[in-house]
Ligand binder design. Structure first.
Ligand code: SF4
Length: 915
């Protein structure tokens, strides 16, 4: 029987509130009484009553139940405070709303706070004075579609029957229009002198700043990249390793900002993670303290697929009238459009948890994912977020981009026709993987069905907003009979590409069309030849020797692809000719649109189809020495996701240097972990190999600036010697006791998802009982970004994760004070890795990669001079030769678990005061 606690003097209004833990749930009844329930009981009751919850997917995952209808308070928050940050937890809401939450580990206190937060949000809405008509219209539309909050929101707005739901549609009409301006001339090429970079840094820091000589040395050392290059194709490249705490960002922004001002050109600062993009954006407040000036001089640029497309949102409004979830998504995204700074769906001001709640694919489908933009034919062109961002980048001094966008732009040509001349690649240790993925070619089911959708759009019977090529260009080719014929040929040939249901057909051995026939033979070949894998990971085999069941359909597919490629090329040529022939009648928007269409078609015909055909044709011969080819079935936990033929460069830095570095004049590649920490000449050579510096005509400059931190006193590093790394009970017990010894603030890193889940299952009850939050990638129904945000915001939370968590975590202060790694992170023995290992140094290559991973993980621990942290590796087989990953002054101690726990408690106990 559930335990009925005494009534509390708090009313949740007409709805109950549910807060779930791993072992129990708390139910706050509308009359204020609190019940403690078994999770299954709470889940069953939720089905009937639809209680208020905070983050419905995570709540029901904790209850181990299907998601039930619930009044998610985060939906209400997103409606009342769009584009405003809050952690998706009761504590996060309390902080955002300024409400008290004395004991955040007490589920009953959380439930009462959620009831209070509901009233506060509805009160705030009632007091809203601006755009009430628009907001009321959206609320009415959502209420009509069955939004659980609809009635309460309508009552708060007191809009009665006066406002039509149509008043909510058309939020885009309120957005400002961008204005086109004359193109900028090419930048000049005046150098930045070392003393000037130092002076600029000192000005940015101000007279009262703490003196950091390393930072000034670093800023000065980068100036060669901001001088004229000596010869064509010979950029000035600086490889700059700066230890954690040097202050890299302001260090490089000093010469970069000076160069941009002086030469009237843009410096592109490229990062790997969205977190660093946002951090750089904040640091730029120092360079541009006036927000209006900053808005004009700085732009955060991402690929088109990251921004909301207003035409897609308008299309959603059509289906929103029918389906509840679409109506809620439309309403909340429309509220966000009313408040967003730049329409960035990935890491901008869209709360990271909103896609968790609305459905990540529903939110992603609002972006221009496949390049289906119709440019000036779009009714929202003049207000489009993407077009605004592209235009701002042309005028900006500093463009904050990411590695993926830089690679794509270099490979496909810049959207505004001119490539940058100066780059700073921060997080340079991720450059290799960004390059590798940008320059690889995949002839797979997923890639080919994407091309079919891009060409044909939504096909019969499918509810989809996809616009095919014909729909995108039909008004441009109305009077061109030859172009219309070509369009027909393209549509006909595109039917050789896979349609919906292709993967199931492969599994049923009933392929349809040339691509599926090829993939069918390839899949059978992989299943026959791949080593058995009981873990459910992907299967892969070398692409040579080629069996007949693969080769014959490969050659047939090549012929089909040539039937598709020829009319695509011809159509692109005809459209391009119009730019020339009709130059007197085309206005600039029409020109830009045609140009974009030509580039879109050319990109697919020349880059995708050409690469695929080359791969297929080469199957009859030996593998080209510059590539690694393999066949694979991609699987997650045994479930097949994709099947195909993969080709990557053995050394992908070669095309990177040709496409990105050589056309530039100055390039800085910087990171705290460019080298593997071994301190040898080979370490620098390996770093140069990973960024392609050996393909440069003149050598790159090497710069190393040490960290100012006192690692010997700020950290402890332990290797545990008495835990059996294959025994999950022992591993889990070690995590549990270490996390408890640190009293939270702990990050558990894993080399495999299955091991993470095993540990989570075993330790969750004990961690919760100790009053600590336990978060886990691949377990919690939240995006990795949300998990990291919560971890950062809570001082004593514990987080379990794999590589993405390690790379995304930047947590200064005590919220991260312990890192536990489950075992030595050896590289996975993929075929691609095996091929690279054979030419990049054999076993030394493996060692370098492990040292780099450990060095990067260790680097997360200390972000400020007053941080303290413990790093533990639960793998007694850690070879001593890899210990160079840690700072030389840190003594790595090999001890038994009990001793490590005691030392961790003692070391961190002096650092962490009780809250
Ligand atoms: S211009 Fe293109 S990306 Fe922008 S709203 Fe229109 S279709 Fe979408």
């Amino acid at each position: 029987m559930p335990d009925l606690l005494p009534p509390e003097p708090v009313s949740a209004g007409p709805r109950a509130v549910l807060v779930a833990g791993f072992a129990e749930a708390v139910w706050l009844r509308p009359d204020g009484r609190v019940e403690q329930l078994e999770p299954q009981v709470a889940a069953r009751r939720a089905l009937v009553e639809g209680p208020i919850v905070c983050h419905a997917p995570a709540t029901f995952r904790k209850l181990k139940s299907q998601r039930a209808p619930a009044a998610d308070i985060l939906e209400l928050y997103a409606f009342v405070r769009p584009a405003s940050f809050c952690l998706p937890t009761p504590r996060g809401l309390a902080e955002a709303l300024g409400l008290p939450l004395a004991n955040h580990a007490d589920l009953a206190a959380q439930a009462r706070m959620l009831a209070q937060a509901t009233r506060a949000l509805l009160g705030e809405l009632a007091a809203t004075s601006s755009k009430r008509r628009r907001i009321g219209g959206l609320a009415r539309m959502m209420a009509k579609a069955g939004w659980i909050w609809g009635e309460a929101v309508m009552a708060a707005l007191d809009s009665g029957g006066e406002i039509s739901s149509l008043a909510g549609v058309g939020v885009w009409e309120d957005l400002p229009e961008w204005q086109d301006q004359a193109p900028e001339p090419a930048p000049s090429d005046l150098a930045v002198e070392p003393a000037e970079a130092r002076r600029r840094l000192s000005d940015l820091l101000g007279p009262n700043a703490e003196q950091r000589p390393q930072q000034a040395d670093y800023a000065e050392a980068l100036t060669p990249a901001f001088g004229p290059r000596p010869a064509e194709d010979s950029p000035n490249v600086v490889l700059a390793e700066a230890g954690t705490g040097v202050g890299k960002t302001l260090g490089y922004l000093s010469p970069a900002g000076l160069w941009a001002e002086r030469n009237k050109g843009a410096v592109w600062v490229s990062t790997f993670t969205r977190h660093l993009q946002n951090q750089i954006d904040q640091e730029l407040d120092k360079l541009y303290p006036n927000p209006a000036v900053k808005a004009a001089r700085v732009v955060l640029r991402k690929g088109r697929e990251n921004y909301l497309c207003l035409l897609n949102l308008a299309d959603l409004a059509g289906s929103a009238a029918l389906r509840t979830q679409d109506a809620i998504a439309f309403g909340l995204m429309a509220r966000w459009v009313m408040a967003t700074r730049d329409g960035d769906l990935a890491g901008g001001d869209l709360p990271g948890w909103l896609p968790d709640i609305l459905g990540s694919s529903r939110v992603a489908s609002l972006a221009d994912r496949r390049g289906e933009c119709v440019y000036s034919a779009c009714p929202h062109y003049g207000r489009c977020f993407i077009e605004r961002s592209v235009r701002k980048a042309r005028k900006a001094d500093i463009v904050i981009a990411n590695h993926a966008l830089v690679m794509i732009q270099a490979a496909l040509g810049a959207e505004d026709q001119r490539l940058p001349t100066r780059y700073v690649f921060d997080e340079g240790h991720h450059l290799f993987e960004a390059i590798d993925s940008a320059f690889g070619a995949h002839l797979t089911g997923q890639e080919t069905i994407e091309l079919r959708r891009w060409l044909l759009g939504a096909e019969s019977g499918r509810a989809s907003r996809a616009r095919g090529l014909r729909r995108r260009i039909e008004d441009l080719i109305l009077d061109d009979a030859a172009a219309i014929t070509l369009m027909g040929e393209i549509a006909e040939a595109a039917r050789a590409l896979p349609a919906e249901g292709w993967l199931q057909r492969l599994q049923d051995k009933r392929p349809s069309g040339a691509v599926e026939s090829f993939l069918h033979g390839l899949r059978l070949e992989v299943l026959a030849r791949a080593p058995a894998d009981s873990q459910g990971y992907g299967l892969e085999i070398d692409a040579r020797p080629v069996a007949d069941q693969v080769l014959a359909p490969a050659l047939a597919l090549d012929r089909e692809l040539s039937r598709l490629q020829a009319p695509m090329r011809e159509l692109a040529k005809r459209l391009a000719n119009r730019l020339d022939e009709d130059s007197d009648v085309l206005d600039s928007n029409a020109r830009l649109r045609i140009d974009a269409m030509v580039r879109g078609i050319t990109r697919r015909a020349e880059m995708e189809v050409t690469a695929w055909r080359a791969m297929l044709q080469s199957l009859a011969q030996a593998m080209p020495p510059e590539f690694v080819d393999w066949f694979a079935i991609e699987r997650v936990e045994g479930r097949e996701l994709d099947v195909g033929f993969y080709r990557h460069w053995l050394d992908p830095t070669k095309p990177f240097i040709d496409a990105v570095a050589k056309p530039a004049h100055g390039v800085v590649i910087t990171s705290a972990t460019l080298t593997d920490g071994s301190g040898t000449e080979q370490a620098w050579e390996a770093a140069e190999q990973r960024v392609g510096a050996r393909h440069l005509l003149s050598p790159a400059l090497r710069v190393r600036v040490p960290s100012p931190f006192d690692y010997a006193s700020q950290t402890r590093v332990f290797v545990v010697t008495d835990v059996q790394r294959t025994d999950m009970d022992q591993i889990a017990a070690a995590y549990r006791e270490l996390f408890l010894a640190a009293d939270g603030g702990a990050l558990g890193l894993f080399t495999a998802i299955a091991r993470l889940r095993e540990v989570h299952r075993r330790i969750a009850p004990a961690i919760e009982q100790a009053g600590l939050d336990l978060l886990a990638q691949h377990v919690d129904a939240m995006s990795t970004a949300s998990l990291i945000d919560i971890f950062r915001g809570e001082r004593d939370a514990c987080l379990l994760g794999t590589d993405a968590v390690r790379d995304g975590v930047d947590v200064p202060g005590p919220a991260l004070r312990l890192i536990v790694f489950d075992r030595v992170p050896w590289p996975r023995p993929h075929l691609l890795h095996r091929a690279r290992k054979s030419v990049f140094g054999g076993a030394d290559y493996d060692d370098q990669l492990v040292r780099l991973k450990l060095k990067q993980a260790f680097g997360r621990l200390i972000r400020r001079a007053d941080d303290r942290g413990v790093f533990v590796l639960l793998d007694r087989q850690m070879p001593s030769r890899l210990l160079g990953a840690f700072p030389a002054e840190v003594k790595v101690e090999r001890l038994g678990l009990a001793e490590v726990i005691a030392r961790t408690r003692e070391f961190l106990g002096q650092y962490i005061p009780k809250e």
